[in-house]
Write a protein that binds this ligand. Structure first.
Ligand SMILES: [Zn+2]
Length: 303
């Protein structure tokens, strides 16, 4: 087993990743098995190993429903999209490629861009994106490496954590840029304090569709390696949550951290949102913490 990004041969175990019966927000009849979180001492990447089988993953992604990965929460535009729109307004943009564009909602909301292109693996979502005027250039994230067109901007919101090799993904995105082109990349931040507190038990890395875990430091290092400049970087919460909801998630995670065995016992008695009575593997599952400020969006520029 080696690092999927740099090929480093001595990744270190950082902790267990619990079994999960959720995939991209959908409840599965049969949980996906536990895995291990590894960190590469050579390039700093954190990653899940082993990954679910490629065929299983492909079927799971094909089953993602219409409501998943949507744009608005509580009627407000997503925070990462707000930042990206602000950056887009700062400079004229003729062409934009959104990798993992889902139903094209972000592209549809941009104005003054003549070439609006996307890559999307979910065929239903890609069809809806086409209906909004988006030109779909590929239906696998890997299609990025075979494109020849170049763009002023490449965006990827909550996508890079789904790829096995984020170093390659970033290099492929950089290859698609015109001179002075920009990349806007949003993902989870493993340097967030909530993540550091929970370690490999943090909800974000237990989501089985997530295989690579980054932080602003890692992106800066990789960007500089391929000659990109970091222009801006912002942290945010993925989901806007009221104070009471934030407090509930904070206390539940602190309690889990202090007494995981009590949580596992309660789950086995039928409490909580996991069917641990039927699937004992799920008893170890930590609680969600989606209100935490654990995401970042970074703006990179090619010289
Ligand atoms: Zn590595």
């Amino acid at each position: 087993m080696h690092c999927p990004a740099c090929g480093g041969k001595a990744p270190e175990e950082l902790g267990p990743l619990a079994a999960s019966d959720q995939f991209a927000g959908r409840r599965l009849d049969h949980p996906l098995p536990p895995a291990t979180l590894y960190g590469c001492p050579d390039c700093g990447l954190w990653f899940r190993y082993p990954l679910p089988d490629a065929g299983v993953l492909s079927d799971l992604y094909a089953g993602v429903g219409q409501d998943q990965w949507q744009h608005a929460d509580s009627g407000k535009l997503r925070r990462d999209w707000q930042a990206a729109r602000e950056w887009l307004r700062a400079r004229a943009t003729d062409s934009l490629l959104d990798v993992g564009c889902f139903d094209g909602e972000f592209l549809a909301a941009t104005s003054g861009i003549s070439e609006r292109c996307g890559i999307e693996r979910n065929s239903g979502a890609a069809g809806r994106a086409r209906g909004k005027g988006v030109e779909i250039l590929g239906n696998e994230l890997e299609s990025l490496s075979t494109l020849s067109r170049r763009f002023d901007v490449v965006t990827a919101f909550d996508v890079i954590e789904h790829v096995r090799d984020p170093r390659r993904f970033l290099a492929d995105a950089a290859d698609r840029l015109r001179p002075r082109g920009r990349i806007m990349l949003a993902t989870g931040n493993r340097d967030a304090w909530s993540w550091r507190l929970m370690g490999s038990h943090y909800y974000y890395c237990t989501l089985p569709e997530h295989c690579a875990f980054l932080c602003p430091r890692w992106v800066r290092q990789e960007a500089e390696r391929i000659g990109l400049k970091v222009v801006d970087c912002r942290t945010y919460s993925h989901v806007a949550t009221r104070f009471a909801g934030k407090l509930r998630e904070l206390t539940t995670n602190l309690a889990w951290r202090a007494m995981p065995a009590v949580f596992a016992f309660l789950r086995r008695q039928g409490f909580g949102d996991r069917d641990a009575a039927r699937h004992p593997d799920l008893a170890a599952h930590p609680p969600m913490w989606s209100s935490a400020r654990d995401h970042f969006i970074v703006l990179l520029e090619k010289p």
